[in-house]
Ligand binder design. Structure first.
Ligand SMILES: Nc1ncnc2c1ncn2[C@@H]1O[C@H](COP(=O)(O)OP(=O)(O)OP(=O)(O)O)[C@@H](O)[C@H]1O
Length: 372
């Protein structure tokens, strides 16, 4: 399907086309283009204030866009009220009615639509089963845990059979353990029901664990839209490389390329980079004199007490820290940049204060072109 023809695509359930949003003179969403496929779990990920909630609210109909088109199931919705759109929203704050029981909270949408009482009973029961809260129907929200309240909120949204569920940091108020458990439950629910989820979070681990695709947003701009694996292995911009996972970033220029391997000159020395595989853009890595940023993840970063061919950068070991699942070594380069190395086992050969050569397998480095 062509990218230029979103309206024709039956697969695409939500589309934003050239959407801008201003709050006064503050331009918070900039020419935003996004197509969400039917049945996918798509996450909007980015730092606080980058515009995630604003995008979600524009899709939901709680916020107007300043320009551009928003389509749900191929139909423009900018002029439709929130309740006229085939989407439902789950918020971090649950937004349950405190004076109503769990049953009445979940039944609310159907009661408003005057669905017959018998049918409501059957459908609420189905929902309680789905979110594993059978037996809780008589309770009031303040007698439940955060995770249980959020499950009621999800059931309340799902009972309307929305085509799309919008979720704004729904697990944000939960502690880490419960959050991880709910991540699995939510993902299971989404796959089972085959409903499209558009999910907002600033937690990159959560996004990686749950999403089919992630839209990484920076300052109102879509930086990259890709699967979690490709976002991690093949970040297209420095921002994405830095924001997703941990990275060591080196700015330099390509000196020479021989075959698939390039020598890259940094201010602090020379390093190597292999290009040509799908994960490393050849065009960025192999053009002599071209500016390039090299991203090396801490788990593939290496060091040695003796020089390694093709690499001349060095640093001094500052710290070796045990962080539970691994040892993290910090190596400070002469320009002050701190290089991170993660290992499962401690390396008894090096201690704080040692000078080491930094290197990596050329195919493990990711080349990010700067466009120059
Ligand atoms: N109602 C509003 N009036 C004016 N400015 C707003 C309004 N809502 C959001 N903004 C601004 O728009 C920008 C994007 O905010 P938004 O809430 O969408 O970010 P976010 O990525 O969801 O952040 P967070 O993760 O902190 O919730 C911010 O600069 C914010 O201050």
């Amino acid at each position: 399907m062509k990218d230029t023809d979103p309206i024709q695509s039956a697969e695409r359930i939500v589309s934003l086309i050239d959407v801008d949003k201003y709050f006064g003179t503050n331009h918070v969403i900039k020419k935003f283009n996004l197509h969400v496929n039917q049945g996918e779990f798509l996450t909007l990920l980015g730092p606080s204030g980058c515009g995630k909630t604003t995008i979600l609210r524009m899709i939901a109909g709680f916020e107007d866009s300043s320009s551009g088109m928003i389509l749900v199931q191929g139909e423009r919705v900018e002029d439709k009220e929130a309740y006229e759109r085939d989407v439902n929203t789950v918020f971090q704050s649950y937004a349950l009615f405190p004076h109503m029981t769990v049953f009445d909270n979940i039944a609310y949408g159907l009661s408003v639509k005057k669905v017959p009482k018998e049918e409501i009973k059957v459908r609420v029961k189905e929902m309680l089963e789905l979110v594993q809260l059978l037996g809780f129907e008589g309770r009031k929200p303040d007698m439940m845990s955060g995770g249980q309240k959020q499950r009621v909120a999800i059931a309340r949204a799902l009972i309307n059979n929305p085509k799309v569920l919008l979720l704004d940091e729904p697990l944000g108020a939960l502690d880490l353990k419960l959050r991880k458990q709910m991540q699995i439950e939510l993902k299971r629910l989404q796959k089972k029901l085959n409903i499209t989820f558009i999910y907002v979070t600033h937690d990159q681990e959560e996004a990686m664990a749950m999403s089919d695709r992630i839209a990484v947003i920076n300052n109102g701009v879509l930086e990259q839209l890709d699967t979690p694996g490709r976002i991690y292995k093949h970040p297209k911009t420095k921002f994405v490389a830095d924001f997703i996972g941990e990275s060591n970033l080196f700015d330099g220029a390509v000196k020479e390329s021989k075959g698939a391997c390039s020598s890259v000159v940094l201010e602090t020395g020379t390093v190597r980079l292999q290009a040509g595989s799908e994960e490393i853009p050849k065009e960025a890595a192999l053009i002599p004199d071209r500016d390039i940023t090299i991203c090396v993840r801490p788990e593939v970063m290496k060091y040695s007490k003796t020089p390694v061919e093709g690499f001349t950068i060095t640093g001094v070991v500052k710290d070796v820290i045990f962080v539970g699942s691994q040892y993290r070594t910090l190596i400070v380069m002469d320009d002050g940049y701190e290089v991170k190395v993660n290992r499962v086992k401690v390396d008894k050969e090096i201690t704080e204060g040692d000078r080491v050569y930094l290197y990596w397998d050329p195919e493990d480095a990711i080349g990010i072109g700067t466009g120059n």
